[in-house]
Design a protein around this ligand. Structure first.
Ligand SMILES: Nc1nc2c([nH]c(=O)n2[C@H]2C[C@H](O)[C@@H](COP(=O)(O)OP(=O)(O)OP(=O)(O)O)O2)c(=O)[nH]1
Length: 127
């Protein structure tokens, strides 16, 4: 299963979202995104997922290192993208909560396991 996710920059802050109690990995923090559909490009996927989940448009800036992670019952390849917020009013359509935080503060959240390496790479990344 290939999953894209977006590290969305709002000025100097980054958006993280919390999965709802009803989703898989309940209440874990993640970056908005989702599964790549057949025939869809990675970039089309992340733009579509962010619009569906958050009601905002983004501009994709950079692809970070994909992370392969095996959870007890499924396995994913998580493909992270740095992106800038462009337009739209942020509305949570599926998630329980969100935060806008700097890179250092992001490390403190209770992340989905696959995201931990992404958050660490992000800390080293200079715009
Ligand atoms: N969107 C997103 N998913 C992530 C991240 N990290 C991580 O392990 N995942 C996992 C959680 C999900 O099992 C899968 C993404 O699938 P999805 O969001 O399209 O669908 P889902 O599994 O939430 O849907 P459902 O089966 O709960 O109905 O990847 C992340 O940063 N963003």
């Amino acid at each position: 299963m290939r999953v894209t996710c977006a590290i969305i920059q709002f000025d100097s802050k980054i958006l993280a979202v919390q999965r709802s109690a009803q989703m898989k990995l309940p209440l874990k923090w993640e970056f908005a995104g989702g599964k790549i559909e057949p025939g869809e490009s990675e970039v089309d996927c992340i733009k579509r997922e962010v619009l569906e989940e958050l009601n905002i448009n983004i501009e994709v800036k950079k692809r970070l290192t994909p992370v392969t992670h095996a959870y007890p019952d499924f396995k994913i390849e998580l493909i992270p993208f740095i992106a800038d917020y462009v337009s739209g009013e942020l509305k949570l359509k599926e998630h329980a909560d969100y935060v806008l935080a700097d890179k250092e503060a992001l490390l403190q959240l209770d992340w989905a396991e696959a995201d931990i390496r992404v958050v660490r790479e992000l800390k080293e990344y200079k715009n």
